[in-house]
Design a protein around this ligand. Structure first.
Ligand SMILES: [Zn+2]
Length: 345
């Protein structure tokens, strides 16, 4: 079955961006595809192809660059490398922190406010419950390793909540930013990182879809986690309303950096095949209009049709499109999902 967003695969290609590529099979092992989508690299303008597996629904970039050539596709000003803000919490940060204490923290970790007004806060903060980095029920011991930690912004939140924080990041710029906040990262990829034993959480925020070999990284995580330890992933949801509505202009397609396009079912399958259990998938909409806005206005895609009309429409709809994201989340089709899976123990 071909989708409406199937476009001419003979679109111009940049020889340089396509040097040294490899074909990729689906992680479930199936060999047939139900759809093909070409998407544009918003950085280098190259055209790339995503294929959707007919058996499990997972989308994959194929062909893709070899892993040793990936570094050239991440510019130094790639946004996750930017220095995290100084640790003066904004009002939004304080609200997210309160939501974490209300919904997820152990009783002894709750502030007086969260303890005293918990029933009221559960009502008032319900829409924010999935917006903290720590929006999951943590294990009793707190030792996290973040793969692809960028500038360490999320590890700062873990540390503020009392976790021992470890991590890796291939970018020198990201490692330097983290070091300025007292976090020493291994400067390497998730595939090459050395994970110590005794971890209670392996965390990846918008990283899992970048990995060349997700099963190998999950096997390494499983070996280093304590029994009952968690893998926590935040990934774009390729079954989201916005992904289906906007196709290749949806920012979840970010070739060649995003190699995998997960859906709730396909990410569950990847984790279960890697030996994890109790996989939960929670819909998470961003507190910004970015995904819908970028989808409507054609987000840096050169040859998008009706560009001018789309830009006007995006401007007219303005911040109102956040309602689209909230509605999609309520119906299980948000732009992002948080996936939590447990090592049996
Ligand atoms: Zn598959």
């Amino acid at each position: 079955m071909q989708q409406d967003w199937l476009v001419d695969a003979a679109a111009p290609r940049e020889a340089e961006a396509h040097a040294a590529q490899e074909e990729v099979r689906c992680l479930c092992g199936a060999g047939s595809d139900s759809a093909v989508l070409t998407a544009q690299d918003p950085e280098a303008r190259g055209i790339w192809t995503y294929r959707r597996c007919a058996a499990c629904g997972l989308e994959r970039l194929s062909p893709r660059p070899h892993i040793e050539h990936m570094g050239q596709h991440y510019p130094d000003d790639y946004s996750p490398y930017c220095d995290p803000a100084p640790q003066t919490a904004s009002r939004a940060d304080r609200l997210k922190r309160l939501a974490y204490e209300t919904f997820f923290a152990l009783p002894e970790e709750r502030s007086d406010t969260a303890r005293r007004y918990r029933p009221l806060l559960r009502l008032a903060l319900w829409p924010l419950r999935n917006h903290s980095v720590l929006s999951f029920h943590p294990p009793a011991t707190r030792r996290v390793f973040e793969l692809g930690a960028g500038s360490g912004a999320d590890l700062l939140e873990f540390r503020a909540a009392g976790w021992e924080v470890l991590g890796c990041e291939p970018s020198a710029v990201g490692c330097a930013a983290a070091a300025r906040h007292g976090i020493t990262l291994q400067q390497t990829t998730a595939e090459a990182a050395e994970l110590p034993d005794g971890l209670s959480c392996v965390y990846m925020n918008n990283v899992f879809e970048h990995l060349h070999d997700p099963p190998a990284v999950l096997a390494k995580a499983r070996a280093s986690l304590v029994p009952g330890g968690l893998v926590v992933l935040v990934v774009p949801n390729h079954a989201s309303w916005a992904a289906r509505l906007f196709g290749r202009t949806w920012p979840g397609y970010d070739p060649p950096r995003h190699i995998w396009g997960f859906t709730p079912e396909s990410v569950r399958g990847v984790l279960e095949r890697a030996g994890f259990e109790a996989v939960s998938v929670v819909q998470k909409y961003p507190l910004s209009t970015f995904c819908w806005h970028a989808g409507i206005d054609g987000y840096r895609v050169d040859e998008v049709p009706n560009r001018r009309a789309r830009q006007v429409l995006a401007r007219v709809l303005g911040r109102g499109v956040i309602l689209g994201g909230m509605l999609a989340a309520a119906f299980g089709s948000a732009d992002f999902m948080r996936v939590v899976a447990r090592k049996p123990g």
